[in-house]
Design a protein around this ligand. Structure first.
Ligand SMILES: [Zn+2]
Ligand SMILES: [Zn+2]
Length: 283
């Protein structure tokens, strides 16, 4: 039964309780990462150290190129160096450039010893960079579906293993169609209702918790996890946002770093095993 781990649930910048967005699905075939923010640092946890030893393959899927979604890339050789790693991000049809060309700007001396496209010898099983394009594709042996989304620069929604991941875009009916019947929908919840009403520019490129819940309800998603949370919101404000969302789609949870969800294809609701958020930050 696949399991999804929230490694990081913050947007933009980390807080004491939340690293920036990274989520990991463990399957029998290997590990699938949904974004690669600073949450990758959670792989230091002993639970994940054992898990990393069990796997030889990793697929890293990037929703877009903003720093909070890629800043964990520098640590990939440290955690995944024994694996075959495929890294896929929005390619020419979406970003106007090949993923490898964009990543060539990530690193190289003096930022990192080598630019990221030259990292093949850092992974003993090999290293590939793949361009995501709109629609269905097979990447590293996984069926992945991609939808292009409006954002400050385009982002993509991702669907893999019956998980739909929609971040860094507003509430959209296209997202509901894309996530139809998903066992697990991870959705951007950057704003609460007050924030969405006040913050015009951000409301055009990010969703609210309630907006995410309306998408989940329209998609008939078995379970909704609110992620890419606003680091400026304190615990009480996040809790109010969560309650407003849960009133719309009851099978909703606020992501917390290290929360785990088990799910079986689309047939069965995932079982949250770390249900309560435990953050203690005050934003
Ligand atoms: Zn972001
Ligand atoms: Zn973004």
């Amino acid at each position: 039964m696949p399991r999804l781990f929230v490694l990081g649930s913050s947007g933009w910048i980390p807080t004491l309780a939340r690293q920036t967005v990274a989520h990991m699905i463990e399957t029998r075939r290997g590990l699938i990462f949904l974004d690669c923010g600073s949450g990758i640092a959670r792989l230091h946890d002993p639970l994940f150290q054992e898990m990393l030893k069990r796997h030889q393959r990793a697929l890293v899927l990037l929703s877009h190129w903003h720093h909070d979604h890629i800043e964990g890339l520098a640590a990939l050789p440290f955690f995944l160096g024994h694996m075959e790693v495929t890294l896929a991000g929005p390619g020419p049809e979406i970003s106007g450039e090949k993923a490898a060309d964009i990543l060539a700007r990530f690193g190289g001396a003096p930022l990192l010893p080598k630019p990221l496209p030259d990292w093949s010898e850092l992974f003993s099983g090999g290293f590939n960079i793949v361009d995501l394009r709109p629609g269905k594709q097979n990447i590293g042996g996984e069926k992945v579906e991609v939808i292009v989304q409006p954002h400050t620069h385009p982002s993509v929604g991702l669907r893999v293993r019956d998980v739909a991941y929609i971040t860094d875009t507003a509430e959209r009916s296209e997202s509901a169609a894309f996530a139809k019947g998903a066992a697990l929908l991870l959705h951007d919840a950057w704003l609460d209702n007050e924030g969405a009403a006040e913050d015009g520019p951000n409301a055009l490129v990010h969703a609210s918790g309630s907006g995410a819940a309306r998408v989940a309800r329209a998609a008939e998603a078995k379970h909704l996890v609110l992620t890419h949370l606003n680091p400026a919101y304190d615990v009480a404000r996040l809790e109010r946002m969560f309650l407003a969302a849960a009133a719309i789609h009851p099978a909703t949870q606020l992501a917390s770093d290290m929360a785990t969800f088990s799910f079986t294809g689309g047939d069965e609701a995932p079982t949250p095993t770390a249900a309560e958020p435990t953050e203690s930050d005050a934003g």
